[in-house]
Write a protein that binds this ligand. Structure first.
Ligand code: GDG
Length: 470
């Protein structure tokens, strides 16, 4: 097998099984982000094909060499649903749900990370660049460096990195920090995440940091510099503009409003059904606005798309019950035979339908309690080619660092959230336009290609320094 100069390592391969046992490109943002880089480099992608116990040989797909990593049903339960999604996910999102610390899960996480690292080591050519993605694979950079010191290794962390007081709960905090520090560049969404990481490294490992550089001692006593820095991720803004311009999607947006009974204002939430997204807070604020008679169901409808997610993890089962109870109560209290308060959709939709929803929505509600970035906020903004609509955005989402012209809110402050929703509903077109133009400029000036280019440029400068013998 030929080896690749550029290798991506991610929990999932960038493909899904289609109905006929073939493969199709999966719709995710990461796949779109890396597509131009992969195409230009004839790279390899190491990841899980998405099905337990599926043993398949590496294969080529649209110019990328795909290297499947086998996960057994036990691995999926312990490494993925357990340690990744029931320990790291809640801990790194500021303990919104209680993280569970299980030694059995940790052991599986170590073992599976080692397997990913071995597959990546086998796929990479001498001196290649390897880019590891996200919190499921925090130990891979170190394992990879041990096996292949010739490689240049990058890691990008898509979710928040918590403050030291929380991070230090993790029984395996040292191993995780050492795992990440195997990388030459460790990328985060926000400046604050990179800062939290550097502080954890100083406190736990006693390494020195200067600006974004961390001095990591090697076994031979010499020191190398790892870079920990913010590289805020973005979207393929142009593709949202293109979808929003399509007449059939604009027509669908009108149809959606008509199907809702042509209310004066449509509010929209789009999230994976996850406790980090603040869906309950949003629903509570909306219910109280109805209760206070500040709005009525004839005039205002909330559409909440909650796409199914992690349905075998207990915290998600509970969350779904709570949300559905709250929605049922509010609809029971306020619906009329012709109008509904909350149109709740526990389904996933094609991207075309998402853009039609964005165009149909006067107000977009992003009320995350903690979120690495939140791409939905950027997608809404990119889609509003008419420069209309209001984004209500949580200051706890990474996107708030860039999208300061949104109505920024603290989702825990229900009164403040209610006032912001009211203000959004009443905002005049001139103010909507002013804000939306600023938001759109930011998203279009910094799209996902800029993100990957900037990250890879940082990696390349380290690569060059290595070749220069420093
Ligand atoms: C993680 C971090 C960070 C959702 N429902 C449907 C659908 N989606 C799409 C959205 C968006 C994506 O899924 C969700 O991205 P988010 O950024 O909002 O959130 P996470 O899934 O939690 O992503 C996050 C991100 O990684 C990238 O680094 O921003 O902070 O948590 O693109 O549109 N897409 C379709 N149908 C759905 O029903 N087609």
């Amino acid at each position: 097998m030929s080896q690749a100069e550029f290798v991506v390592v991610a929990n999932r391969l960038p493909v899904d099984r289609d109905g006929d046992g073939g493969w199709r490109r999966s719709p995710g943002g990461l796949v779109t982000a890396l597509e131009p880089v992969m195409r230009g480099s004839e790279g390899a992608w190491v990841g899980w094909p998405g099905q337990a116990d599926l043993e398949i040989e590496p294969f080529d797909f649209e110019g990328t060499h795909l290297v499947p990593v086998v996960l057994s049903a036990d691995d999926v339960e312990l490494y993925y649903e357990g340690f990744s999604n029931d320990t790291i996910w809640p801990l790194y999102h500021d303990v919104i749900a209680a993280p569970r610390y299980s030694r059995e899960w940790w052991n599986a996480y170590v073992e599976v990370n080692r397997r990913f690292a071995e597959a990546a080591a086998a796929a990479a050519a001498e001196g290649a660049t390897v880019w590891v993605q996200d919190y499921q694979l925090q130990l891979v950079p170190r394992f990879l460096r041990e096996a292949r010191p010739d490689l240049t290794i990058g890691y990008f962390h898509h979710i928040p990195f918590p403050a030291y007081g929380l991070f230090s709960q993790l029984p395996w905090r040292r191993q995780v920090l050492e795992g990440l520090l195997g990388a030459d560049v460790i990328g985060f969404q926000r400046v604050a995440d990179a800062g939290n990481f550097a502080r954890a490294v100083r406190r736990q490992l006693r390494y020195e940091t200067k600006a974004s550089g961390i001095r990591v001692p090697r076994e031979d006593g010499s020191v190398r510099i790892a870079l920990a820095k913010a590289f805020p991720i973005s979207i393929d803004a142009e593709s949202y503009v293109e979808l929003a311009q399509r007449p059939e999607i604009q027509a669908r947006a009108k149809e959606i409003r008509a199907e809702l009974g042509n209310p004066k204002k449509v509010l929209l939430g789009v999230d994976r059904l996850d406790y980090t997204k603040g869906i309950r807070h949003r629903i509570k604020a909306f219910g109280e606005l109805l209760q206070d008679q500040r709005i009525s169901v004839e005039d205002v409808t909330l559409v909440q798309v909650a796409s199914p997610s992690r349905e075998r993890v207990e915290a998600y089962v509970q969350l779904r019950d709570e949300i559905e109870l709250a929605v049922g109560r509010i609809n029971g209290d306020f619906d009329t035979t012709s109008h509904t308060a909350i149109r709740y959709l526990h389904q996933a939709y094609p991207r075309e339908e998402m853009v039609a929803l964005y165009l149909a929505a006067d107000v977009m509600l992003v009320t995350a309690l903690r979120d690495g970035m939140n791409l939905v906020a950027k997608e809404y903004v990119a889609s509003r080619i008419d420069n209309r609509g209001v984004l209500v955005l949580s200051e706890f989402a990474g996107a708030a660092d860039e999208l300061g012209s949104a109505l920024l809110i603290n989702p825990h402050d229900i009164q403040g959230l209610k006032d912001a929703i009211s203000r959004a509903i009443e905002m005049q077109p001139a103010e909507q336009g002013r804000r939306m133009r600023t938001l759109r400029r930011r998203v279009r000036d910094h799209d996902v290609e800029d993100w990957s280019r900037e990250f890879l440029a940082a990696l390349a400068s380290i690569h060059t320094a290595k070749e220069g013998g420093s």
